[in-house]
Design a protein around this ligand. Sequence first.
Ligand code: WTA
Length: 632
Amino acid sequence: MTLKMNTLAEYKKVYQESVDHPEAFWSSQAETFSWSKKWDTTLEWDFDGPNISWFKGGKLNITENCLDRHIESRGDQVAILWEPNDPSDQVKSYTYKELLAEVSKTANALKEKGITKGDRVIFYMPMVPELAIGVLACARIGAIHSVVFAGFSAQALADRVDDAQAKMIICSDYNRRGQKMIPVKQVVDDAMDIGCNSIEHVIVHKNTGDKVNWSDDSDYWWHELVDSQSDHCPAEIMDAEDMLFILYTSGSTGKPKGVVHTCGGYMVYTCFSFKNVFQYEPGDVYWCTADIGWITGHSYIVYGPLLAGATTMMFEGVPTFPDAGRFWEICEKHKVNQFYTAPTAIRALMACGDHFVEKYDLSALKVIGSVGEPINEEAWHWYNDKVGKGNAPIVDTWWQTETGGILITPLPGITDTKPTYASYPMPGVQPILVNAEGVELHENDVEGLLCIKFPWPSMIRTTYGDHNRCKNVYFSPFPNRYFTGDGARRDKDGRLRIIGRVDDVINVSGHRIGTAEVENAINEYDQVVESAVVGYPHEIKGQGIFAYIIAKEGVKDVDAFNLGVRTMVTKVIGPIAKPDQILIVSGLPKTRSGKIMRRILRKIASKDTGSLGDISTLLNPEIVEEIKAALS
Ligand code: WTA
């Protein structure tokens, strides 16, 4: 529910209360939902396991809370409003009643194809309503969804299918993105050739109707399966701690890991945060521009808004088609009240010129949000002045796939905003800063590593199939704390500013990319001996990808080599991980134990070579000068 707060002082009071009595705080939130059976204990936890259990003993189905619960009060209100890629195509909308019917039909179709509670279903789809419907249909019957962003390659898709041991893939025939058509079904076919042995059926949603290859053994058209189903499907009763979904995300080592979220806590937290961060009021039109392939789309296009009974918009297209005014044209057309996007989009649109935003009426906007990466000062002011126009405060929301929901953010109209600051923790959330030794830094005006010291309902429970990995990555670095991987600064008034990742994760246009993943992909190119990948500041993307590569023998045609590298990365991961810059080098700076000194490579790539620090401990200090010279 929306907390009653109007001032910073009131926020501080509510916050203190939530920290002093967390169980009372969260159980009063949980009571606003419909449960088949009430929970026995609000919270059991230890960060050592980690073993985290919220609302244990409680039974529920999240879709009853997203859909059935609203039918009486707002059955005819629009639940999902869909804006197509091409502005001249028809807008679609589903009322809560219609959405419940579609979800039920789809759930029945999944059952008919043998999907039952606990089975994993992979989605590889564009931003069409059927993606949200399919995800909810899984939740309806207790199947675990795992949405893979449709920009990932066949190899990356197959890796995720295999890790999840999924039984089904749901995809579209083609995706529309601006003027491009992406052959999604073909990518799924390729993934099936590489791996995906656990897959029994592929369901294909007809999006464009263009020709696709077909396997009579495993492929089924969505409409042929779904349209004839009953629009009634009883909801599977789930334990609060049953798995709801897996979402793969990159870390500093190894392959992407499957972050696991569970039903009860995720439900309570996404609804609570949605209502309070966006101050959603009945009748508002809310729009988050993210893709459902990322956590932002899960929590703040699908679950949070629907749990809150909101009208949530889905957009199929891209910000620059037909031109760089598209976002603002859509805001005017649908009288959008809350708008939520990423700094990379803001920077890209800002660079296209003010006239694209100035010609539209944005007066309906009440709150504008930012997510996914640090927002720089210039972009913050442009967003505030040109889009918010002084009427709509910016919520710079910090969170992660692993946190499930927004943890640090200004609250519009309640707490203040300060450029580039995510500001204050949400009630119920206890972030701290620690130094490298793990000692908590209590004072203000200080910089440190961002940890959370107490559980919150939507936190990661495990990494799928490998609980130890979850422990090692998030809970081992600092005992008894969840470590975020981010560095942060606290100003003299206690506001937090997120500086960025302190591990080997690069944030490219708000997408998390592990350097190790990119290196592994580059190393698969047969001309490559070894590579090291780092991030560097990029004007539009926030960070770009810089690859230092040792090539096999003298490279005669550098352009052909670079193209080969980029093609390989596109094949193994997807175009989002393609290096922006490639430098062929004869060696990489290494410590005596053979570890690449990325710190030095990061500085060189960032053109910050004034103080490279102590390089005397390197095995090959001479390589540093050589690399610097090669770059200039
Ligand atoms: C970064 C996205 C600065 C951060 C929801 C985090 C941010 C990573 C912000 C998670 C913000 C997210 N300011 N940095 N407001 N929001 N980040 O898992 O480095 O895709 O660790 O979740 O994005 O990315 P993820």
